[in-house]
Design a protein around this ligand. Structure first.
Ligand SMILES: [Zn+2]
Length: 411
């Protein structure tokens, strides 16, 4: 089965296979072919080029993309889309003036989601989560990471991770799984948080590893949640099981989480709304990808990750949604790309690089996803007729996507 797309107004993010991420000033460049064709064979990108010298191709199906742009699907490297129920009532509480901390102290926040998750049968959690996954695929997401962390008991964490595994089995896009048992301290461990860390490290983690339920380890390294000591302890233990860190750091306070991540060869450090000079310094020369989550900043009215400081220091940056019921009930990567431009002063080229190739890197997928490259999986977006790719972030709130393909098949 082959699919030929002709007369593409502009084919974006055309890369050689050796480019696995882009950093600093490289992010200003978005390689494209104007007036292009793209050939898909089975589930892979077979070839592409300019319409001026298109070879003779016999295709099973041909799409005329006149006036339309084709780009790789978004790579969303930080989500919590497996959850049960929603928290729109807390949303109203927040509007009425309660802070994130006050809501958490009232038994809301993450603990509220954990209670609902614990009480919801696995099949129902799966059905709710699959619906969200299908929604974001239609919005152009073609690779995704999903974290546990709303279970907070042995049983419920494993339930979440099994739901993630089932999503991976039932959908064509790559789904990476991260164990986030250390997301919040459950109420019954409030007076003995060390005992909860013991449970996570000595009981749950070995089971997660035994059932091969996660590729990555995560912890919410933050004042009032988990300390630097907890972080070192957990990441060291997870290393024994081959789980690389992808960690929540610097959301509200800079307490050294970035450095801890780099010391443990983290694949990524995520959130980064509050960054001091030392955090930026320590990332230089590392292989760790910084990940920004601007729709979380929008929803909570907290600072945005200082993208300019990060990029001007020569570092890479990836963008992700943080889709979760509490702080970001949205998995729309198009909005994330717009917010990166509007609020973080990233150029459209930088934002698209951050949401595709660098997002793929933050899930160890950039050899197979994240760009238009011969041999990569045929995960791509065809836009509606739009004047230029800058229109994508500019027209925020407009759905400019006409169709999404995963492994060469329309979603
Ligand atoms: Zn998160």
């Amino acid at each position: 089965m082959n699919l030929l797309i002709t007369n593409i107004k502009e084919l974006l993010q055309v890369r050689e296979p050796n480019i696995l991420k882009v950093s600093g000033s490289e992010m200003k460049e978005l390689p494209t072919i104007k007036n292009a064709w793209l050939l898909i064979e089975d589930n892979k990108i077979a070839d592409y080029g300019s319409m001026e010298n298109i070879p003779e191709i016999v295709a099973d199906e041909t799409i005329d993309a006149t006036g339309k742009i084709v780009l790789p699907t978004w790579c969303d490297s930080h989500t919590h889309i497996v959850y049960a129920g929603n928290r729109e009532l807390e949303f109203a509480d927040r509007i009425n003036g309660l802070s994130y901390e006050e809501i958490a102290n009232r038994g809301g926040g993450i603990l509220n989601s954990a209670k609902t998750l614990q009480d919801t049968p696995e099949d129902e959690v799966y059905d709710q989560s699959a619906k969200r996954l299908e929604e974001v695929m239609k919005l152009g997401t073609g690779a995704i990471e999903i974290k546990s962390g709303y279970g907070l008991t042995d049983e419920a964490e494993l339930k979440m991770l099994r739901v993630i595994r089932k999503l991976r089995e039932n959908y064509d896009l790559p789904v990476k799984s991260t164990f986030l048992g250390a997301h919040a301290i459950p109420k019954n461990y409030k007076n003995d948080p060390d005992a909860y860390m013991d449970l996570v490290i000595n009981e749950i983690l070995p089971e997660v590893a035994k059932e091969d339920l996660a590729q990555y380890i995560d912890i919410f390294c933050e004042k009032g949640y988990f300390s630097l000591d907890d972080t070192h302890r957990l990441l060291s233990a997870a290393k024994e099981y081959g789980l690389k860190p992808k960690i929540h750091v610097n959301q509200f306070n800079a307490i050294g989480g970035v450095k801890a991540g780099v010391e443990h060869d983290a694949l990524s450090v995520e959130h980064l709304e509050v960054m001091n000079d030392e955090d930026i310094e320590v990332l230089k020369g590392s292989q760790t990808m910084p990940v920004a989550l601007p729709s979380c900043s929008l929803f909570l009215s907290i600072p945005y990750t200082p993208a300019r400081r990060i990029l001007d220091a020569g570092l890479p940056l990836a963008l992700a949604t943080d889709f979760n019921p509490g702080s970001t009930p949205s998995g729309n990567m198009n909005l994330v790309v717009s917010l990166a431009c509007i609020k973080m002063k990233m150029t459209p080229e930088e934002a698209i690089n951050a949401a595709t190739i660098n997002g793929a890197y933050a899930m160890e997928l950039s050899e197979t996803h994240g760009s238009i490259t011969k041999g990569k999986f045929a995960n791509f977006i065809i836009t509606k007729e739009i004047p230029s790719y800058t229109f994508l972030p500019y027209a925020f709130g407009t759905n400019s996507i006409e169709s999404v393909y995963i492994n060469g098949k329309i979603v």
